[in-house]
Design a protein around this ligand. Sequence first.
Ligand SMILES: [Zn+2]
Length: 208
Amino acid sequence: MPFKPVNHIIAEATGLPPISAPLYEYIMAGNGLFIRAKRDVMSATIPLCKHKIIGLPAVTPELTTSFDKVPEEIMRRILTVAEDTAKEGLESLFYLWLKAGAWQLEIPPQIRAHKTVEPCEKGAGSPYERAIIEIHSHHEWDDVFSDDDDRDETGFRIYGVIGHVNPARHYRPSINLRLGVYGNWWPLPAARVIEMPPWLRDRNSKEG
Ligand SMILES: [Zn+2]
């Protein structure tokens, strides 16, 4: 049989089969079109478009993870570095990965600029490759993903952007997380995967 990286599924009342596609699967359901995928430490089903289709059962969006939340101590270290580079008007990049189930913060070699931050390396065995959560900071700007971010963030991992972290200008630290599934995104409340420092605001929290 030819290699088939993507499956196309129509939801049935008997439920969905386990994920079997090596990359991802499209699901046509009674409440729209979804994409789902799984990797070592998580699986996800996220909506691509909402539309009622009579006769098909609905699918519930979900994120299932096998890891603990990122400790608050790590998040505080991220904010400290983000604030230091924000004072110079620069962005910063942070990778979070798991070593024997424990979260590790890695600040990879990177090229920092005012509108971008790029890792020096993206190949096999690089910090980029092992990241499960990828966060960058936007100095005094808002915690909104830019067009460049959308272009770059096309893997299956959790992406985050931190805004308003320049202590000298509009200081009001906030975070915006999204689950990325190969170029499609789903907003994620930060407390779902991070132990939040109390002063860090969450764009996707109902409490604001
Ligand atoms: Zn950005």
